[in-house]
Design a protein around this ligand. Structure first.
Ligand code: ADP
Ligand code: ASP
Ligand code: MG
Length: 432
């Protein structure tokens, strides 16, 4: 283990404006003497805005350039607030965006996902340029590293899978020598590249995962994710009242909750850390002195009920056209098709003549899947559902969650209860 290396991740919310960036710098000032790798996401909602540029370019609506200019202007505005009118960072920002303007000058690429990655990466590239320049100006020497030189992925665009041995080697070779007590290393979340040097992304909200990749590769002593919440809470405070902070959490609990929709940490983040027993802290950038949550090896604690909600779920109900039983060979075939589309299966249930899966309804994957199996199977799809996952459930918590909902599927395994639900239609609610 590299006994003193820490890895910090700051998300979009923490660098959404000049006050945010100044706050991040004030947190980092306290770690002046520590070897530190800092992973930063795109500012605020920049990635959403860039997704609109991608869509406009693909549709040839003529709006892509204009939308991009607005994003560029936001970055200039942030830089003006931090640096005044005259600083070399303006040229760096310009260079970062110019490459993208060249992409928009060309015809849209036939592979949407490829084109998406070449465009949205600019969010992280630009934000990290600004934050690194500002740290340097504030007397905190910082080396900017292009994460695409380090993180090698396969060529599944928008969902690059990390090629671990090569990434470990590159991280040790490129980043290892830069890490030291005299300077910070700062890099982008979310992005990587293929062996042909095409940019890939790791999936939306993937910057937490990037920080875990660096932590793993360089044997960090700990990793910290700085959030706008005091730590991991028993449920999303935007959706529930009376949530409380968890002081400690095992890797296992964290994996279960994030896999099923606790948006506080990207689900892929925990496993690399668990493999090397690297502790993960979730702390508040608003109250940096707060204790936060420590995620580490198994703890003896008994946990309170915890709730995660995943929206945009589809329940796919499948039965054979020839009325035969849904047997193992059918299930095996169906899963081959599911795996081909990299669909996330959240719950499954089978009876003698039918098979139901609850999947995340992303892009047009569910329709593609239904089309691919239509010849042999009858498929019924119910969309717009929520998946509620409760760990360590108590009866009154479940009762509250069921209120106003129609339960389409329910499953209980040991400490987990999962419900696939639909809102009770308003009319029906009145009639009862
Ligand atoms: P980032 O700025 O790093 O991208 P996010 O906005 O993606 O941060 O994640 C932080 C948000 O996650 C919180 O504001 C909160 O609304 C939400 N969240 C969802 N589930 C939880 C949970 N169990 N504990 C804490 N926050 C949660
Ligand atoms: N900027 C990317 C996104 O918004 C990655 C991240 O924020 O983690 O999805
Ligand atoms: Mg986020």
């Amino acid at each position: 283990m590299n006994h003193s290396l820490k890895v910090f991740k700051f998300g979009g919310a923490s660098v959404k404006d000049a006050a945010g960036v100044r706050n991040v710098v004030s947190i980092l000032e306290r770690y002046r003497e520590h070897p530190l790798i800092i992973v930063v996401s795109a500012m605020g909602k920049t990635t959403n805005a860039l997704e609109m540029v991608v869509a406009a370019h693909a549709e040839k609506s003529g709006k892509a350039f204009e939308l991009l200019q607005a994003i560029k202007e936001e970055h200039y505005q942030l830089a003006r607030e931090l640096f005044g009118e005259d600083h070399e960072v303006f040229d760096t920002i310009n260079d970062t965006f110019v490459e993208l303007e060249w992409v928009l000058d060309e015809e849209p690429h036939s592979n949407y996902d490829y084109m998406y990655d070449q465009i949205v990466c600019v969010g992280e590239l630009a934000s990290t340029r600004i934050v690194a320049a500002f740290l340097n100006r504030q007397g905190l020497p910082t080396e900017w590293v292009d994460a695409r030189d380090v993180i090698l992925t396969d060529d599944i665009f928008r969902e690059g899978w990390v090629q671990w041995p090569e990434t470990v080697e590159r991280a040790r070779k490129i980043v290892g020598p830069l890490v030291g007590a005299k300077q910070f290393v700062l890099t982008q979340g979310f992005i990587g590249s293929t062996t042909e040097n095409f940019t890939t992304t790791l999936g939306r909200e993937g910057s937490d995962y990037t920080a875990a990749i660096f932590s793993y590769c360089l044997d960090a002593e700990s990793m910290t994710i700085w959030k706008d919440v005091p730590g991991v809470l028993t449920a999303d405070p935007r959706k529930f009242e009376n949530v409380s902070k968890l002081d400690r959490l095992s890797y296992r609990e964290a994996i279960e909750m994030t896999y099923y929709g606790a948006k506080v940490i990207h689900p892929k983040t925990i496993k690399p850390l668990q493999n090397k027993s690297i502790p993960l802290y979730v702390k508040s950038f608003i109250d940096p002195a707060g204790e936060g949550t420590l995620i580490s090896n198994e703890v003896d604690d008994t946990y309170p009920p915890m709730v995660a909600i995943e929206t945009d779920q589809a329940l796919v109900h499948i039965s054979t056209r020839d009325f035969s039983f849904v047997a193992e060979h059918h299930i095996s075939y169906l899963f081959t098709k599911i795996a081909e589309l990299r669909m996330q299966v959240n719950i499954m249930q089978n009876t003698a003549i039918s098979f139901a899966v609850c999947v995340s309804d992303i892009d047009d994957k569910v329709d593609q899947f239904a089309g691919n199996i239509a010849q042999d199977f009858k498929v019924m799809i119910t969309r717009g559902l929520e998946l509620i996952t409760v760990r360590h459930a108590q009866p009154e918590v479940l009762e509250n969650l069921r209120k106003g909902k129609i339960i389409l599927l329910e499953e209980r395994i040991r400490n987990t209860v999962q419900l696939v639900v639909q809102d009770v239609p308003v009319l029906q609610r009145k009639a009862l």
